[in-house]
Design a protein. Structure first.
Length: 430
């Protein structure tokens, strides 16, 4: 097995940090290593304690390295959709070549042109998603290279996020001794491979139910069009169970995973289980139906908040329905409850790969597949070129990569054109 075939994703979540080592072969992902540890220092998707987060990342990396014997130095990183803003941009250039054939250079220049607009100093460019290319007024082109024309245009969506959020993540990863090969918005990478082509084209809400927060993303006409984050997740269900059952939080989490059911009508009332009472040596007995009422009330509220968020984003109709993933999606009966509350088709997405058949790994898997699709388009192998998002700390004699990062922190965003293209096209041309 060559290291050139291997990708490593890093998903820093509120409840856990996941490191996934995967080999891509003939468009198939083979998971060869997993690191999965409880996260500390992260609340509602944002880092609140850098040192604690660094330790969580190191533990997850160590787990994955022990499983595979591979030394992890470079990762594909996902950033959360907190404070994300999507805005339309347009690039226009004249075709340079003498024979008027559009090539890589023209593509690079039109990408540069689309990014000319100024980005507020408190925001950071994450990805640029082309919607279409236009060659001499001929529109709806996905890849203009090889075509003959005089004028090349690109309509795209620019994704920006909080500079503070991104730089805190970069700082944590750097302190964990890692370089960042590529950065993607989490719902962009996860949603693209979780949804079918019809779902992406018709208009579908992709909902990632995490521990500290819930991410809502909408795909229409094959592209990500809206994102939003709701500060409610699975940890709130655990807290509810802990309070009502008067049991420690750790025990409440175990009960949720082992006996939890989201849909009251289908929950069992026959089998009872023991629950230790906090501060005493006694236990109480409860049925699955009893705790399903606690879980169901919180999830009903969450799905109503999702509907409110969709309305705020201006989404009135979802012909493709709703696709749910994330750790909370493992709960029995969650699809039935979601259908009842949201009054639309609901599907649960779980990655179908050995070792990660768990909806909490959807983002980790999506990051690897997304990075592979980029490399395939540009004809590169995973180990050939690192992104400019590398060590954050200033060095006395900076290397070329570190110089790039210094530019990144100086708000210039002046990565090389081909790196921008790699960042930007993300999966558009597959």
């Amino acid at each position: 097995m060559s290291h050139q075939d291997i990708y490593i994703s890093l998903d820093i979540g509120s409840s856990s940090v996941k490191v996934l080592i995967g080999e891509m072969s003939e468009q198939q992902l083979h998971v060869i290593g997993v690191g999965h540890v409880k996260s500390n220092g992260i609340r509602k998707g944002a880092i609140v304690d850098i040192d604690a987060t660094v330790q969580s990342i190191k533990k997850a990396i160590d787990q994955a390295e022990r499983m595979t014997g591979i030394k992890i130095e470079e990762v594909v990183l996902g950033v959360p959709a907190n404070q994300t803003f999507l805005q339309p941009v347009k690039g226009v250039v004249a075709v340079n070549s003498e024979n008027r054939e559009i090539g890589d250079e023209d593509l690079e220049r039109v990408i540069e042109s689309a990014q000319v607009m100024s980005i507020p100093p408190e925001r950071e460019l994450v990805n640029l998603i082309p919607r279409q290319f236009i060659v001499d007024n001929l529109d709806e082109i996905k890849d203009p290279r090889g075509m003959i024309g005089i004028r090349l245009e690109m309509d795209a969506t620019m994704i920006t996020t909080s500079k503070t959020l991104v730089h805190n993540v970069l700082r944590c990863v750097e302190r964990a001794g890692l370089q960042i090969r590529e950065i993607y918005l989490q719902p962009l990478a996860a949603g693209y491979f979780s949804l079918t082509e019809d779902e992406k084209n018709q208009g579908t809400a992709f909902i990632d139910l995490g521990g500290g927060s819930t991410t809502v993303a909408v795909f229409e006409e094959g592209l990500l069009t809206h994102t939003g984050v709701i500060p409610v997740g699975g940890d709130h269900i655990t807290k509810d169970l802990s309070i009502v059952l008067k049991t420690p939080t750790e025990q409440a989490e175990k009960i949720k995973k082992q006996y939890g059911h989201a849909f009251y009508d289908d929950a069992s009332d026959d089998e009872l289980f023991e629950v230790p009472v906090v501060g005493t040596d006694t236990t109480d007995q409860y049925s699955q139906r009893y705790i399903s009422e606690i879980i169901g009330v919180r999830l009903e509220e969450l799905f109503e908040l999702v509907l409110d968020e969709l309305a705020r984003l201006g989404v009135r109709d979802l012909p493709g329905g709703v696709v749910i993933t994330g750790g909370v999606a493992q709960l029995e009966g969650i699809a039935q409850l979601a259908r009842q509350v949201m009054q639309t088709r609901v599907r649960i997405y779980t990655p179908d790969y050995i070792g990660v058949r768990d909806p909490s790994f959807t983002t980790s898997v999506g990051l690897i597949r997304y990075a592979h699709s980029d490399d395939k388009f540009y004809g590169r192998s995973p180990g050939t070129q690192a992104s400019s998002y590398v060590a954050v700390a200033a060095q006395p004699t900076p290397s070329k990569k570190q110089s790039h990062q210094a530019e990144h922190l100086d708000n210039s965003n002046k990565v090389s054109v081909i790196d921008k293209a790699k960042n930007i096209f993300n999966k558009f041309f597959e």
